[in-house]
Design a protein around this ligand. Structure first.
Ligand SMILES: Cc1cc2nc3c(=O)[nH]c(=O)nc-3n(C[C@H](O)[C@H](O)[C@H](O)COP(=O)(O)OP(=O)(O)OC[C@H]3O[C@@H](n4cnc5c(N)ncnc54)[C@H](O)[C@@H]3O)c2cc1C
Ligand code: SF4
Length: 331
């Protein structure tokens, strides 16, 4: 085992100071991903900065009726929070669709957003992988890629982002608050994760030494309902083959507000802007939903063994929108 130093800072400022200018430092949340990667030899930090006990464990309402979620709020606590269950059910459902009860009790909001891909080659240090060692190659493209990307992948990487929570946050127009050596900034959840391009070693736009301090949800649109649906190989304890988070409101018999994000299909949660544009003002019918989702998925470029994901995603999304239509109170 490679020795490492361990620090438990008392404040955000101390945590950021400890991480600044130290590329071998890693923030530790619940450790459910980072510690696994250390055991596999994928990560070998020289310093672990344990942020799990920072006073960032509150969920509070914002003045405008949104929600402020501290980075160390545990996935179980967030899923069970009465405000989340009532007003942002897609988020509660996404969290409960992930991992297991024990893992959710430990995993944090910040760590969940930054969990690494489950591509088998990434986790196996005996194999090349551009994400782990830039320039070493991508064996998944010709190898085992059934679970990997159909949208937005590149010649250099076909990995998917594994987080269920991140998909809900993308559909709910959340923002991520960051605190780093150069100050604080806010990034929309839809822009937080990136597509792989020719530098798949970068999962997100986070800068060296930046700490996630909060996630903020805007108030839910008036009359809107939301849900999260996930398809996986087992009923629990399995990552998404495809998933969808959807938000819908209906006004005067037509779609008013809609947002749709896919999980399990790309290197980041895939916000379905093409489908959303086609749906705004359209009748909330199965045919209209199918046409819009098909238009979005025209961009899909499945690999040899994962074409089934496109049809799976279409069915999930259309089913979710039809289900929401029955829940949406006509305005
Ligand atoms: C068997 C198994 C099944 C799972 N199934 C699912 C699933 O179906 N769906 C799903 O979504 N997830 C699943 N997970 C993943 C799980 O949700 C993540 O491991 C967990 O959310 C990570 O949170 P954590 O706090 O433990 O992160 P950690 O492991 O502590 O950290 C993860 C990364 O985030 C960084 N980090 C942590 N906190 C911060 C912060 N505040 N600011 C900046 N960087 C930070 C760390 O440095 C590290 O790089 C599964 C995990 C396991 C082991
Ligand atoms: S898909 Fe990405 S993570 Fe997987 S082997 Fe290729 S480069 Fe590595």
């Amino acid at each position: 085992m490679k020795p490492f130093a361990y620090l438990r800072p008392a404040s955000v400022a101390e945590a950021v100071r400890a991480g600044a200018g130290n590329p071998g430092a890693r923030f530790l949340g619940g450790g459910t991903n980072l510690v696994d990667l250390m055991k596999l030899g994928v990560e070998s930090p020289g310093l672990l900065i344990d942020v799990s006990r920072l006073p960032l464990d509150r969920v509070t309402r914002t003045d405008d009726g949104g929600l402020r979620i501290g980075a160390t709020v545990r996935n179980s606590d967030l899923a069970a929070h009465p405000d989340v269950r009532s007003h942002w059910p897609a988020l509660s459902q996404a969290l409960l669709a992930g991992a297991s009860g024990q893992l959710r009790n430990t995993a944090t909001t910040g760590g969940n957003l930054l969990q690494r891909t489950r591509c088998p080659y990434f986790q196996d240090v005996s194999k090349p992988c551009n994400k782990r060692i830039p320039g070493s190659g991508c064996p998944a493209r010709e190898g085992a890629h059934r679970d990997l990307a159909v949208l937005g992948h590149s010649q250099d990487c076909v990995a998917t982002n594994p987080s269920d929570m991140a998909v809900a946050l993308a559909a709910l127009d959340a923002t991520v608050q960051l605190h780093g050596p150069e100050g604080q900034r806010t990034v929309p959840a839809t822009d937080f994760h990136r597509l792989p391009g020719d530098n798949p070693d970068q999962d997100t736009v986070i800068r060296p030494g930046e700490l996630i301090t909060e996630v903020v949800l805007p108030p839910p649109p008036a009359g809107a309902v939301s849900l999260y649906r996930k398809a996986r190989d087992r009923a629990s304890y399995a990552f998404a083959l495809a998933s969808v988070a959807a938000v819908l409101s209906v006004r005067d018999g037509n779609v008013d507000r809609v947002s749709l994000a896919f999980g399990g299909l790309a290197h980041r949660p895939w916000r379905a802007r093409v489908a959303e544009d086609l749906l705004r003002g359209a009748p909330p019918t199965g045919d209209a939903f199918t046409r819009a989702v098909d238009a979005e998925l025209e961009e899909a470029r499945p690999l040899r063994d994962n074409g089934f994901k496109v049809d799976l995603a279409r069915r999930l999304a259309v089913g979710a929108l039809v289900e929401l239509t029955t829940q949406a109170a006509p305005a």
